[in-house]
Ligand binder design. Sequence first.
Ligand code: ASP
Ligand code: MG
Length: 410
Amino acid sequence: MGSTERISNVAKRVAKWHRAGHQMVVVPSAMSGETNRLLGLAKELAPSLMSEAYHRELDMLASTGEQASSALLAIALQAIGIESISYAGWQVAIKTNSAFTKARIESIEDQKVLSDLNQGRVVIITGFQGVDEHGNITTLGRGGSDTSAVAVAAALKAKECLIYTDVDGVYTTDPRVVPQAKRLATVSFEEMLEMASMGSKVLQIRSVEFAGKYQVPLRVLSSFTPWDIDLEEEARSGTLISFEEDEKMEQAVVSGIAFNRDEAKISVLGVPDKPGIAYQILGAVAQANIEVDMIIQNISKDGKTDFSFTVHRNDYAKTLEILKTKVIPDLGASEVVGDTQTCKVSIVGIGMRSHVGIASKMFQTLSQEGINIQMISTSEIKTSVVIDEKYMELAVRALHKTFDLDQVQA
Ligand code: ASP
Ligand code: MG
């Protein structure tokens, strides 16, 4: 929603669905660039504030972007003869906890919205924002309007939640790395969760978790397709994130290759091998609110073992600091070493559940490319490796090919 012209096109698209007999609730995000602009103003005035009082004001400020675009969309609909009403989060109400700038939705009241829908109105609800128990305006974190939309769809038991965005669906991998990447017509919710948690920036991950919890069918589709394309065609476009695995039965074993450049590796060497060490090391890290991803502990030699794990690159320095000052002295480990020039590459697919040898095919491909694997982790539907980041693109391309994901060239 970058301009009034684009808002007017959104209105025409919504009108098309409405006139075809669908009850519509629309959850706009801010006009493009607006949230950044607003937060930038705050930063100019207060480059270093961190307090709760400040974060409260950030939410008060950032939430106005969605309030403006919601009202404008309602106006654009009214201008083409569609009865429409917009609500801010607190008016619905979308109730959240009080974690300013990263609040979580706790409940959504549906009476007002349902009554408007039953009177034939299109209801517009601001994305990204809610209200806490004290009446403060909260926001849900960057990209949070995806989560608002899914939560509203869940509360209203909508048939489908359509997320119009700047890409036309979910791809087998990032097309900027592999130009042959193809759009998936469907992807299972579990696969999407794996892909979203690893760099696929298509949807805010929390929106996918929400969709899973409440079984909301989600479709990701392009906001750039002309508003007047055939409704049936639009309804089938993009990528459906589905809960029905049967549809996938005939499809590829591996659905996508995900990657994440932000992984940093840390190893604690020469740790005495006795009960409680994992807790001593990772407990201290968790206490600092640092998320740990992959974890490996080797078998011990002479009563000592090595313990490695990965964290987000931004947390690397802080994690090393904690280990060196708080953990190593008590633990009697010999050394902490780390590497930020690493990345994680994963193959994802629910088909892996019923097929053996998929992981070894991955390792074979990487060995043929001469890529050294530093860490491995697996789940039922995913195998991930940590490798040197300079081989990331090579690895992704080779795996994309190995698992037959390259688009058939016409
Ligand atoms: N406007 C908010 C943001 O930029 C929410 C969103 O667009 O999803 O993060
Ligand atoms: Mg967004």
